[in-house]
Design a protein around this ligand. Sequence first.
Ligand code: SF4
Length: 63
Amino acid sequence: MILPADALFRRQRDEHALRMHCEDCVLFDDVREQCAHGYPTEAHRRPPNDDAPITFCKDFEAL
Ligand code: SF4
């Protein structure tokens, strides 16, 4: 699911400290920068800018 990071989303993400990227996922290997389940991570990594669209991963598991 791809969502635009509009102003409402960004405000709610900050208010609720939402986590949604590979870097926040228990399945992400920080050293190898790979997903333990073998999924491609490019679309799910934390974007460099705050207003980039968000691509949710169905297999995300919060740390
Ligand atoms: S399960 Fe999804 S969010 Fe978690 S590391 Fe793999 S690709 Fe990233």
